[in-house]
Write a protein that binds this ligand. Structure first.
Ligand SMILES: Cc1cc2nc3c(=O)[nH]c(=O)nc-3n(C[C@H](O)[C@H](O)[C@H](O)COP(=O)(O)OP(=O)(O)OC[C@H]3O[C@@H](n4cnc5c(N)ncnc54)[C@H](O)[C@@H]3O)c2cc1C
Length: 596
């Protein structure tokens, strides 16, 4: 049976030592958010993840969701776990205290999301989407709608969904056909079919609040004619109690490769009553509030799966006896040495570890920027933080989810045939991780977002929020006797990124298809440098602690050792990515369609 232990020591390192959580407590509304308050919350969340959610993970996968006459039933144990989750206040962890939420920073919420995703990815989708819906309503709806829905979403008694996809329209939301007709009382009637809707129908909550993209009669064609509506499963009476059932129903659920305990539904809206969120025809803008939060949430799902795979692989590599170390037996008293002695197994484990810890650090950096963008009293500081978040959202979504799948695969490899069979849970991680590269905008579309929208935005302004701190770090530390080696390697990789950026900015402007052909390589190159920057900073914090009392368990030595592995064995990939980009897109673009 797989086990999971929340990586609390590393989380504390990232939050407090690397990203100085004391800064959070300077922000209005976060005055109490010190380590004394944050650490016990993380500890409790870790316990919940390993004791309640993780034991349901395999059963949820085997049993899946069940559809019967329009009702969807989650696997046994999910409802009790959800009730416990909601009672513990976890559904409202970063919701506004005005709605009964706990008001914790996103920086803390993301760590908790990681734990949930490691323990039970499918479970995490239910509260995860609700939270995205909460954020979109909070940011764009009228006070009356906010008062009606948000307190019940924060306390978890009502769930939320995000209804974009239609049978003929996935990535290209401009093709949406669902329509909305204005009513004299200010509400709308929404009609259309949405597919692949996560948590569209289930038995965990009393009500389900759907956020639906639809086209108001007479709206312009394409993306500029789409509006966002809130459509509850049950209408809500004046006194807040549940009223009549709205005309939105679940037609069926999908049978799919992974996250089987997450209900993926076909939803039929048949003149369903709804209310406009935000401004007519500006639905995409409102939806982006939810999509950005959701993209970061999906990134953290990738990280969570990777951590679960790593923990499984490490414990298996310690126990499983196979073969002898190349230099002679390490454990002559045993019939064979543990897998851990084999260099290639160690390479797999270190690749996982370097990616996971780098991603945790990077995710926390962006989460902190989200908190600053939300709370700082200084508009210039808010703008800078917002720019970093906008730039890094597609990088995180793609990098972490690619990494989640790669780590699940590496974990399976460490288990050999025992990873391919069901017992140890590794094949479930591979299947569960796969969707994270697809939903919330495929990773290919994230790469296009980075190259086509984020790079050129405001004359390249967003890029400064990443390029400036990285080049400053390299300049400041290149001659440092201990950090210099890392700073120089980072400098070389950063040079590759700068060359590729100039190439894409020049060529992509003139010929957008060149930018498209380079986009995935560019995003990967960007990710490698971003993780490298985090590893250099983690080395900076850790080196002075090596050999001190704090390092008794070897935490800081392991950090510096992993940093070395990252710089020597993983970061050099930037050279290959730069070469691919500079080669240009002609080999891709000039290949005749008929030759495929
Ligand atoms: C389990 C699951 C849960 C989901 N949950 C939800 C949900 O809760 N709500 C919701 O609304 N949707 C949900 N989805 C839908 C999901 O977001 C879409 O599947 C995804 O956005 C891709 O759309 P598509 O499947 O139609 O693929 P398509 O858009 O047809 O794309 C197919 C391929 O072509 C590429 N492609 C498409 N257009 C372009 C382009 N312009 N440039 C470059 N490449 C392109 C894509 O990257 C992809 O590789 C879910 C899907 C699944 C499977």
């Amino acid at each position: 049976m797989p086990h999971y232990t929340a990586p609390l020591r590393d989380m504390r390192f990232v939050l407090h030592e690397l990203h100085n959580s004391a800064d959070l407590a300077q922000l209005p509304g976060f005055e109490d958010m010190t380590a004394d308050l944050i650490d016990p919350v993380l500890e409790e969340a870790g316990k919940f993840a390993s004791e309640v959610l993780q034991p349901l993970n395999q059963r949820g996968d085997e049993e899946g969701c069940r559809y019967e006459d329009g009702q969807v039933y989650t696997p046994q144990g999910f409802k009790q776990a959800y009730d416990q989750f909601a009672e513990g206040g976890w559904t409202g962890i970063s919701c506004d205290p005005a709605h009964g939420g706990q008001g914790m920073p996103v920086s803390v919420h993301m760590m908790i999301e990681e734990m949930i995703s490691s323990a039970n990815l499918a479970f995490g989708l239910y509260p995860g989407l609700s939270h995205g819906a909460y954020k979109a309503i909070n940011a764009h709806a009228t006070p009356a709608l906010r008062d009606t829905f948000l307190p019940r979403m924060a306390d978890g008694s009502w769930g939320g969904t995000m209804c974009l996809t239609e049978p003929h329209c996935g990535t290209d939301l401009g093709l949406i056909r669902s329509k909305a007709v204005a009513q004299p009382d200010g509400s709308y009637r929404v009609t259309g079919t949405k597919i692949f809707i996560s948590s569209g129908e289930h038995d965990l909550t009393e009500n389900n609040i759907h956020l639906v993209l639809a086209r108001i009669e007479g709206a312009p064609k394409g993306i500029k004619g789409i509006s966002l509506f809130v459509v509850p499963k049950f209408l809500v009476n004046e006194d807040g109690s549940l009223g009549e059932r709205n005309t939105v129903t679940c037609g069926s659920i999908e049978h799919k490769m992974g996250i089987k305990a997450s209900a993926t539904c076909v939803m039929n809206f048949d003149d369903a009553k709804g209310w406009l969120i935000g401004v007519e025809n500006k639905g995409m803008r409102a939806m982006f509030t939810m999509m950005n939060a959701a993209r970061q949430g999906v990134a953290i799902q990738g990280l969570g799966v990777a951590e679960a795979a790593y923990q499984g692989a490490v414990s298996y590599a310690r126990e499983r006896l196979q073969g002898r170390a190349l230099s002679g037996p390490r454990h002559p008293d045993k019939p064979a040495d543990p897998l851990m002695v084999h260099p290639d197994v160690r390479r797999l484990l270190l690749t996982m570890r370097a990616n996971i810890e780098g991603a945790r650090a990077l995710g926390a950096w962006v989460s902190k920027a989200l908190d600053i963008a939300d709370k700082s009293p200084d508009p210039a500081v808010r703008q800078d933080a917002d720019d970093l978040v906008a730039l890094m959202t597609p990088v995180l979504k793609s990098c972490f989810t690619d990494m989640g799948l790669a780590c699940a695969n590496m974990g399976m490899q460490v288990f050999g045939g025992h990873g391919y069979i069901r017992e140890h849970g590794m094949e479930q991680l591979v299947r569960d991780a796969r969707i994270t590269l697809i939903y919330e905008g495929t990773n290919g579309v994230q790469a296009l977002d980075l190259v086509g929208r984020k790079l050129p935005a405001h004359g390249g302004r967003l890029l400064r929020q990443f390029f400036h701190p990285v080049s400053r770090f390299i300049e400041d530390h290149a001659e440092d006797p201990q950090l210099g080696v890392f700073a120089k390697q980072l400098g070389k990789a950063f040079g590759h990124l700068q060359q590729a950026t100039i190439h894409i900015m020049k060529l992509g402007m003139a010929r957008p298809e060149e930018g498209g052909a380079a986009s995935t390589d560019y995003l990967r190159l960007f990710s490698l440098v971003a993780l490298g920057y985090m590893w250099a900073r983690m080395a900076q914090v850790s080196i002075p602690c090596v050999g001190t009392e704090q390092d008794a368990g070897g935490f800081y030595r392991a950090k510096v050792g992993t940093a070395r592995f990252y710089f020597e064995r993983l970061l050099p990939e930037t050279g290959a990515r730069r070469s691919a980009i500079l080669a240009g897109g002609s080999s891709i673009l000039s290949f005749d369609d008929n030759w495929f």
